[in-house]
Design a binder for this molecule. Structure first.
Ligand SMILES: Cc1cc2nc3c(=O)[nH]c(=O)nc-3n(C[C@H](O)[C@H](O)[C@H](O)COP(=O)(O)OP(=O)(O)OC[C@H]3O[C@@H](n4cnc5c(N)ncnc54)[C@H](O)[C@@H]3O)c2cc1C
Length: 334
């Protein structure tokens, strides 16, 4: 049994910064994440993409942001349970009990749910034999390293921001790049869609429209071709060794939906001033939290982490006065 002041479910940017804010208030914390690595969407989905709206960072790659957060929370050494999904949450403010799918038990005075989209995963195309190509890396849903695609013949499928952004980023790295979409109009940001048109006009990207994925060709995980079909069912095969389907993320709150919290369209409702949920002592921050005016931005998750930590202090340290102090006054442990 692990004892802590605050159990933080989710080690994405919001959860990591919550460990910092708890530490500044002398509250211990344990970060629990279903993934083997901290960083949430930033590390799992787009580590090499620059983010432009983190205050004081004109541009910072998502992976570098997480590395910086790790350095920032290091003085407080929060506990970590990675590769563990929190399954159950019971108890009341001051004494909660969490259990994970690996059998861990965590006793905490308060809980911060920073679980993002919940247990997120890609929407996978319904193609026969897909698993073998996923296992070999021939079919991937995230670009962890652009360099992995150098000299490859790549098919990108989808019409949203991810499909268009990655097409633009990989066009100079891949030997040949196809973009398969079922209609001429893309849902991506207008400037990106315009860049895609320009890249297609000069032959850097080959557009395959209106087509959708139909079948994969190859054996033993070695991809040799991606078969596509138009709306009348006419098919053709694109010789390719990599497929990147970008059909969005499937969001699933998983066990969190069963914990008796007030929910609103797959998000946890919170009081905007404190981020407390409908259950006293349980807080939610970051992408999973909703309230009027909520923006799903990393910077908003950071601010919510600070509000939740301050609201938790009287629960974790009843009777102890909390004097608001700047970090410049308090400093951090050596
Ligand atoms: C391609 C892309 C580009 C983006 N660009 C920007 C941008 O430019 N600026 C910006 O501000 N935002 C951007 N975002 C959004 C940003 O990444 C999210 O707002 C942010 O990651 C949310 O952080 P979070 O900590 O709330 O959740 P997440 O990063 O989603 O982390 C949640 C973590 O909780 C874990 N978890 C869930 N359920 C459980 C459970 N039951 N037990 C244990 N662990 C659990 C998950 O495994 C995950 O690691 C972008 C997102 C994407 C996909």
């Amino acid at each position: 049994m692990i004892q802590t002041d605050v159990a933080i479910i989710g080690a994405g940017p919001a959860g990591l910064f919550a460990a910092f804010e708890c530490g500044m208030l002398k509250l211990g914390s344990v970060l629990i994440d279903a993934l083997d690595e901290a960083g949430g969407q930033c590390v799992a989905l787009y580590p090499e993409k620059p983010i432009f709206d983190i205050p004081a960072h004109p541009a910072i790659e998502a992976g570098a942001l997480i590395a910086a957060l790790e350095r920032q929370i290091a003085p407080f050494s929060p506990g970590r349970l990675l590769g563990r999904r929190v399954e159950s949450l019971s108890g009341e403010a001051g004494k909660f009990l969490l259990t994970t799918d690996k059998g861990d038990e965590v006793a905490a005075r308060a809980v911060i749910i920073a679980a993002g989209a919940g247990a997120f995963g890609p929407n996978r195309p319904p193609l026969a034999g897909l698993e073998a190509f996923e296992a070999s890396g021939a079919v991937q849903y995230y670009v962890r390293r652009r360099e992995d695609f150098r000299g490859r013949t790549v098919v990108i499928a989808g019409g949203g921001d991810s499909a268009v952004d990655w097409a633009l980023q990989l066009k100079d790295i891949a030997a040949t790049l196809y973009v398969v979409h079922r209609r001429p109009k893309f849902r991506a940001a207008p400037e990106s869609a315009a860049q895609l048109d320009a890249a297609s006009a000069c032959g850097d990207i080959k557009m395959v429209i209106p087509y959708q994925l139909h079948a994969l060709h190859g054996a033993d995980g070695v991809l040799e071709g991606v078969e596509v079909a138009d709306l009348e069912g006419r098919t053709k095969i694109l010789a390719a060794d990599r497929l990147l389907p970008f059909f969005g993320l499937a969001m699933d709150l998983g066990p969190i939906a069963t914990w008796g919290l007030a929910l609103e369209r797959h998000h946890v409702q919170v009081a905007p001033a404190t981020c407390e949920t409908s259950v006293p002592g349980i807080f939610a921050i970051g992408d999973i939290a909703t309230y009027p005016g909520k923006l799903k931005l990393i910077l908003q998750g950071f601010s919510e982490a600070a509000m939740a930590a301050h609201a938790i202090h009287p629960i974790a340290r009843p009777g102890e006065a909390l004097h608001f102090e700047y970090s410049t006054t308090k400093g951090v442990p050596a």
